[in-house]
Design a protein around this ligand. Structure first.
Ligand code: FMN
Length: 166
């Protein structure tokens, strides 16, 4: 609960390495997500090279925080891996959220930068990462050491909760 309630989008990072071990933990979290019929239709590109991170600010209008990020994970989907192709984006979204919660638990800052279903973003990330035709870039998650510590937030709204029927 603490990792979930203190998760916030972090777009300002201090210098600091994200080790391969940390990236591996985050990837474990991503792959632990639920998926329709257990299709697990995801692929992940872990990005640590400065030049690769910086270039993302040039291909997405809301991804400037990549310039300060120490690493990032591109979550991709492979719709053909699904018996039910129409669920591929929901499955990928579950993986993204798992990674964000794991990052919060590790006291890292991270943010979900949306790619799919925007056609221009999909095209630009496909080209930038040289993705095969059957792979769809879904979301970009830049990450790093947060400049300010996370605080828990109470967003509970009882007016949005309905019991047994609307
Ligand atoms: C589908 C999706 C796309 C998003 N795209 C961006 C984005 O392109 N750039 C960005 O800075 N934040 C992006 N966000 C983060 C949201 O702005 C953020 O989650 C929202 O403002 C709530 O704030 P919080 O994450 O701190 O709770 C995206 C979030 C989602 C779920």
């Amino acid at each position: 609960m603490e990792a979930i309630l203190s998760r916030h989008s972090v777009r300002d990072f201090k210098d600091g390495e994200i080790t391969d071990g940390t990236l591996e933990k985050l990837l474990h979290a991503g792959m632990a997500a639920p998926s329709a019929m257990h299709s697990s239709p995801w692929h992940f590109i872990a990005v640590t090279e400065r030049g690769r991170l910086d270039g993302i600010a040039g291909i997405h209008p809301y991804a400037n925080m990549s310039l300060k990020a120490s690493a990032g994970i591109l979550v991709c989907g492979e719709p053909e891996r699904e018996a039910l192709e129409e669920f591929f984006d929901q499955n990928c979204a579950a993986a993204v959220e798992n990674i964000l919660i794991a990052a919060s638990d590790l006291k890292l800052g991270a943010v979900w930068v949306g790619i799919y279903p925007n056609g221009t973003h999909v095209e630009k990330f496909t080209k930038y990462f040289n993705l095969p035709k059957n792979i769809v870039p879904f979301a970009w998650i830049p990450m790093g050491q947060p400049r300010t510590p996370a605080k828990e937030d109470n967003r509970f709204d009882s007016s949005r909760v309905h019991f047994n029927s609307w």
